[in-house]
Design a protein around this ligand. Sequence first.
Ligand SMILES: Nc1ncnc2c1ncn2[C@@H]1O[C@H](COP(=O)(O)OP(=O)(O)O)[C@@H](O)[C@H]1O
Ligand SMILES: [Mg+2]
Length: 336
Amino acid sequence: MTSPARAGRQTATSDEARASVQAEASSAQSAPAEPVDVSATYADSNVPALLDELDSQLVGLKPVKDRVREIASLLLIARLRERVGLETERPTLHMSFTGRAGTGKTTVAMRMATILHHLGYIRKGHLVVATRDDLVGQYVGHTAPKTKEVLKKAMGGVLFIDEAYYLYRPENERDYGQEAIEMLLTVMENNRDDIVVVLAGYKERMETFFHSNPGFHSRVAHHLDFPDYSVDELMAIADLMLEHQHYRLDDDARQAFREYLERRIPQPHFANARSVRNALDRAKLRQASRLVRNGGLVTSDELARIDESDVRQSRLFNEPPPPSPPPTQGTSAARV
Ligand SMILES: Nc1ncnc2c1ncn2[C@@H]1O[C@H](COP(=O)(O)OP(=O)(O)O)[C@@H](O)[C@H]1O
Ligand SMILES: [Mg+2]
């Protein structure tokens, strides 16, 4: 049997596919409950390709990737259930992303927004990132318009609230954050079909925040925890970043960079993949200075190559090495 979704399979753009999923969903009540083609609908949504991209472009994060896949399946099946006339209340999509800095929370939220859009759950699929400063004013009457403005921008997409716990300041008797919190809770409830809110931040602080704000906790359906990366994963992230930028570490530089990471991880303000990006930026600066200093002719290979000295000039190598074996990141690592 050929479903309309399958008929459009060869040519449908993701937008058309999404529209067809939605159109079929909205005619659910009248349609006879004939079998629906899971594979075709899934392929038409373009979500399998997006998930493959997530797999290949982000190192590690296995538990996160598994959860994203699960959520995508849940939403696809919810659509098909609608189509055959089962249920349907829109699934709650608000989420919490917990983990330390640089573990990929914002990046995955962006991908999630695209996936939700392709499955027809949000109109536009863009991501708006906001922190307390974007939502909460300093003076009476300033908070509501600020929060409203951010919500307006985020409608049809995903609102990512970074370090969400800063909204809540129990120590201040009348903190304006409370006003923003109340508006957010209202929108999360009443505009569930037009906005998805992702609350992000360090795990322990988020747990305390949810404990003090059960309204948020009860509105969040999916909790995704982003683990710290291992040294091997950080090395793989470095390779991926350099490959995109047409640089590479030579063998000695690679060994030096691994040692650099082992020293950097236990330091304050270590920020996982973001620290890798920053360290590579500094290595590129040193490489450029070295090449200019040496002058003369250079090959494209030399222009791409980061050598050991570009890495070892980091001031981290002037300090004593960490106790061996090098500490691994884990729950006991100090959070900053
Ligand atoms: N698993 C990963 N693989 C490759 N790059 C990553 C990975 N996780 C994070 N990055 C990169 O690291 C940087 C910081 O990630 P981000 O999503 O902003 O982290 P967070 O929001 O948790 O602080 C970004 O440039 C991102 O592309
Ligand atoms: Mg972030």
